[in-house]
Design a protein around this ligand. Structure first.
Ligand SMILES: Nc1ncnc2c1ncn2[C@@H]1O[C@H](COP(=O)(O)OP(=O)(O)OP(=O)(O)O)[C@@H](O)[C@H]1O
Ligand SMILES: [Mg+2]
Length: 248
């Protein structure tokens, strides 16, 4: 969506959020361009997931605005709500699938909820989403029968099925071996190149960030206090920023 003549897909303006007296977000600002991949770095428990939940509408900011596709995420009309929700995909931290449903049913679920798909068309959509993560063969398995890495890819397929324009990833590669992690990173790149998807990715996985990030932003004390390219951040003169890259 074109906003004010620029190619901004998502704009976060001065967002604050507290839980009781605990102020987590103190004025978060971010503009993501269409097809841009932004990686968020930050210490555990400092509000990274809260930011994504504010974008998707699971949490309401105390103040500030989140604008995407010309819509204000917290002032949506009844008509806008499902459109907004469909255009933004969210990959949960942990990638949860419904345990009691097969992979096929897990993938059908968002489609049946959002749109009027049935029969063969529904199956085609499910197969095509699974194909894009290389897991067509898992369609009739149960979540308990697939590995952790497969689970993450299937959760991504479920996010892809509604063809979102923005995808929010909460630690998409955590707990995966370096090879599987690289496969996920390559998928993120493919979505950017083929579908011009805008991605916001929370990760502690530095090799993944190196592969995917157009820009890295660092959350500290409730704001994005530094940002730049991967190599700028890696060689930052700020010790806190460098700490994310330095394992020695
Ligand atoms: N719904 C909620 N109610 C109360 N407090 C919350 C809620 N959601 C998050 N918090 C608090 O907000 C803070 C930030 O949580 P958040 O989940 O965003 O951390 P994070 O940066 O994603 O950490 P991690 O890297 O461990 O996932 C934490 O102190 C958490 O306890
Ligand atoms: Mg988190």
């Amino acid at each position: 969506m074109n906003m004010n003549g620029t190619d901004i897909a998502l704009k976060i303006e001065n967002v604050t959020k507290a839980f009781g007296s605990l102020k987590i977000l103190k004025g978060v600002n971010l503009e993501a361009k269409k097809a841009e991949t932004i990686v968020i770095l930050g210490r555990s428990g400092t509000g990274k997931s809260v930011i994504l939940k504010c974008i998707i509408g699971l949490l309401t900011p105390d103040s500030g605005k989140i604008i995407a596709f010309g819509m204000d995420s917290h002032n949506l009309t009844k008509e806008q709500r499902p459109i907004f929700r469909k255009k933004i995909g969210y990959l949960f931290q942990g990638g949860a699938l419904y345990d009691s449903m097969s992979i096929r049913e897990n993938l059908e679920f968002p489609l049946i909820r959002q749109e009027d798909y049935q029969g063969e068309l529904l199956t085609d959509k499910v197969i095509s989403a699974l194909r894009s993560v290389g897991l067509e063969s898992a369609i009739d398995k149960m979540p308990s029968e697939v590995s952790g890495g497969m689970m993450k890819r299937i959760a991504l397929a479920r996010t892809l099925i509604l063809e979102p324009e923005i995808i929010l990833y909460d630690e998409p590669t955590t707990g995966l071996d370096p090879f599987t992690s690289k496969e996920i990173s390559e998928l993120i790149i493919k979505l950017k190149e083929e579908r011009k998807v805008t991605s916001i990715i929370i990760t502690h996985d530095i090799p993944c960030a190196r592969l995917v990030a157009d820009r890295v932003v660092v959350l500290k004390d409730g704001i994005f206090f530094k940002q730049g390219t991967f190599s700028e951040m890696e060689s930052s003169d700020d010790e806190f920023v460098r700490g994310f890259f330095d394992f020695k």
